[in-house]
Design a protein around this ligand. Structure first.
Ligand SMILES: [Zn+2]
Length: 421
């Protein structure tokens, strides 16, 4: 598990800025592998600090996970991104192993060698998927400005199992004729289309909805909980027969709320490596599922059952009513911790380390409570994680494990059931 290699280049910011930590040397980025003998002592201390704070989260993951549930990560990348981040086949498979995920959907990053038409990165992903012996389902990434239909047909013939679109990176909306043709192709060939629907987008929801409703045979996977316009998308697509929402999000409230807006059968596990980490996002999936009181069958569907059915050609399972009501009940004590701790990650992503530290100290202070009510154990675990994160932030090499702990802490704080169970 992660405890064994806390410094590994696997920071945890699912749905976080695609200009991630790797683009900012001041926040350590990918330089956190122990490289110099004079840093090894410090790294060892940090490793045990991280491992100790992580242990209760790992134990809880084991407890909550249904036995033999298949885990499929619906959103992973391979190759190189313009922002400096990269992921190799071996690294991705090992991250999936850490989460007990056998399979994943995979597509290129914002690759510097993407022109023309994304053909070079698409071919690389197809080859890596082939090498993975069935573990990776390759999706082809398309640029609407560079012959997307021809590239898509080429990749489908070469074994692609889906299509990936990134309207921010490729700078497009869904009103043009190219997108209609791509959706038609998806409809005709029965492959899903995964669309970045996270931060940083212009208002594109209505154009996307109109197109989706014109081509209802194309199954869509809206990435990052569709946070770019979760209200519009979940409302206007409520009667669409095939829209899935992936949970690669940095803020657990976005995922919690999804269960109030769409059927549990339409929400799928995804972690977005190299920006997120499957094992960490798995913890969120299990916590959110428990908070939404999903039964075991629905939890299995969320973790991988729904994606397995889609990828294996059996279509989507029928969706029921959304499982949650319109409000989120939280312990007031943990809500205070959540409020401060949720500001730490964004401050680190933008390089404002002092602000991150200040918010982290406030979150730690909110965990010190001689009258914890029925959330004493949660405050203890969350406080331990946040204190360890604070220690890790002392060293530039350990910022990514620090973010991992902060992320797990906000997940725990936001998903504790009000009766303390
Ligand atoms: Zn992504």
């Amino acid at each position: 598990m992660n405890a064994a290699r806390p410094g590994a280049p696997t920071a945890v910011a699912p749905g976080a800025p695609t200009v991630g930590l790797g683009g900012r040397p001041s926040v350590a980025g990918d330089r956190d592998l122990p490289g110099h003998a004079d840093r090894i002592g410090c790294t060892t201390v940090n490793e045990s600090l991280y491992a100790e704070a992580l242990a209760p989260f790992l134990a809880e993951t084991r407890r909550l996970r249904p036995q033999h549930a298949e885990v499929i990560d619906a959103h992973t990348h391979l190759g190189l991104d313009e922002d400096g981040r990269s992921l190799s086949l071996g690294q991705l498979l090992s991250q999936l192993d850490d989460a007990g995920a056998r399979r994943a959907c995979v597509f290129p990053l914002h690759d510097p060698e993407r022109r023309p038409a994304y053909s070079v990165p698409n071919d690389r992903v197809l080859a890596w998927a082939e090498e993975s012996e069935g573990r990776l389902a390759p999706f082809c990434r398309l640029d609407p400005a560079e012959g997307p239909v021809a590239e898509c047909e080429r990749c489908l013939a070469a074994g692609a199992k889906g299509i990936k679109l990134h309207p921010r990176a490729q700078d497009f909306v869904f009103d043009g004729p190219e997108m209609d043709e791509v959706f038609k192709l998806a409809e005709d060939s029965g492959v899903p289309v995964l669309i970045h629907a996270g931060r940083g987008l212009p208002p594109l929801a209505d154009g996307l909805v109109d197109l989706a409703l014109r081509r209802p045979g194309a199954v869509l996977i809206l990435a990052h909980g569709a946070i770019c316009d979760q209200g519009i998308l979940t409302t206007r697509l409520a009667d669409h027969p095939g829209v899935l929402y992936d949970i690669s999000c940095f803020f657990p409230l976005d995922v919690i709320e999804l269960f109030a807006r769409v059927p549990a059968e339409r929400v799928v596990f995804a972690s977005d490596p190299p920006y997120g980490l499957p094992a960490t996002t798995l913890y969120m999936a299990l916590r959110v599922a428990r908070q939404a009181r999903l039964d075991e069958a629905a939890t299995r569907g969320l973790l991988g059952g729904t994606m397995a059915s889609l990828l294996d050609g059996h279509g989507l399972p029928p969706g029921g009513a959304p499982r949650r009501g319109p409000s989120i009940e939280l312990s007031g004590r943990l809500a205070r911790v959540y409020g401060y701790a949720s500001l730490v990650g964004p401050a680190l992503f933008t390089g404002v380390v002092e602000q991150a530290r200040a918010m982290l100290e406030m979150a730690i202070a909110a965990c010190r409570d001689p009258d914890p009510g029925n959330v004493g154990e949660a405050l203890e675990v969350v406080g331990g994680a946040l204190r360890a994160a604070s220690g890790l932030l002392e060293s530039e090499d350990s910022i990514r494990p620090a973010i991992d702990l902060v992320y797990r802490a906000i997940v725990r704080a936001a998903t504790e059931l009000p009766d303390g169970n």
